[in-house]
Design a protein. Sequence first.
Length: 132
Amino acid sequence: MFAYRTYKQNGPQPIWIPLPIHRQLSDEKRDEIIKNLKTKLAAPEILIKVSKDVGLVKKWHLASDEEGARQIGERLFVKAGEADTPLGKVPSINIGLNGKVKESLVSGEIMMRLINDVWKILGIDPPPTKGP
């Protein structure tokens, strides 16, 4: 049972946030946006700040925030996809992290922190948050 549980906990579990885009946006423009987002999100200064904000040094037992930034950079992906909306499936840009099942909570925290930078890069006001 221990071996099976360990095997399951080390299975892949990517976490991503889909950003729906307009259906009539050309593939070239979408690919340009994806490339721009990937380049800007992978900037070391952004990833170091994310690592500090999430506390990766402590959570992943790393030597420094620079190592945390490197880990995030290796796992980060930005790619085209589809998102389910009330109007049906629409094209989207998926921004996410590759990780393991046992790291899913931390990966979720990283994604919630990274999405703030995505809004800034795109020049969009973030959606209102729920709760107090």
